[in-house]
Design a protein around this ligand. Structure first.
Ligand code: CA
Length: 232
């Protein structure tokens, strides 16, 4: 039988503690399951399929959705739009809105990454978000660990889908809240899926946390400078 922890030699004790920590982190790494999310619904109204079509209950334009899951976590990615109206269905589209979405993981989890799958389709005035704000909470009241990430986009072709990721310092949180931010004057935003995960530093995804956090801070500085220039 393994010796009780407190009777181990100090060197062995710290080695055991490190092994326990590594084991715990390894067990938690990977994708996280969203039990529900809340947000203002996308615009439906006269537009076919623009709201969250998979979400239970009301599908009214801009109605607040809570307590369920729908298009954003059903594993279905939107594709090209072309001339077929039903191609919009996998996307949730917001018009002249910077939507805030709160994801509930059901219990506190280690989390450090959120990714959104977006459509860019200039012909229909649909654009990628220009930045995003992310923050965390244990109770959906008090939030912490806020980061503002400025996306630097390479040119978008006529119609294209892209994953945009926010990587932050690791947090223990049950709720993850993201707000997608448009550049002023850009009318529509189209999101088809969101993925939340905990990635280990130096893990298989190759996303080192401190670098990501430093990049987020650098992006925050760049955004602040850009906003100052716009005002000036
Ligand atoms: Ca989806």
């Amino acid at each position: 039988m393994f010796a009780p922890f407190t009777t181990l030699h100090p060197a062995l004790r710290s080695a055991a503690a490190i092994a326990a920590l590594v084991g715990a982190a390894a067990a938690q790494a990977g994708p996280l399951t969203v039990t529900s999310y809340s947000m203002p619904n996308g615009a439906s109204g006269n537009y076919f399929g623009y709201g969250d079509n998979a979400y239970p209950g009301t599908n009214g334009s801009g109605a607040f959705l809570s307590g369920g899951t729908g298009d954003l976590t059903n594993g279905v990615l939107g594709g090209d739009i072309g001339s077929t109206a039903t191609n919009w269905v996998p996307y949730v589209l917001w018009q002249n809105t910077n939507p805030t979405i709160t994801f509930d993981l059901g219990s506190a989890q280690s989390v450090n990454r959120l990714s959104g799958h977006f459509l860019a389709f200039g012909q229909a005035a649909v654009y990628l978000p220009d930045a995003a704000r992310i923050r965390y909470s244990l109770d959906n009241i008090n939030y912490f660990g806020e980061s503002l990430v400025d996306f630097v986009h390479t040119p978008v072709s006529a119609s294209e889908q892209r994953w945009l990721s926010l990587a932050t310092a690791a947090q223990q949180a049950r709720y993850v809240q993201v707000q997608w931010l448009r550049e002023p004057g850009r009318q529509w935003m189209a999101l088809s899926e969101v993925a939340l995960s905990f990635e280990e530093p130096g893990g298989s995804t190759g996303v080192p946390e401190p670098t990501s956090a430093a990049l987020a801070l650098a992006a925050l500085g760049a955004l602040a400078a850009a906003r100052r220039r716009q005002r000036g």
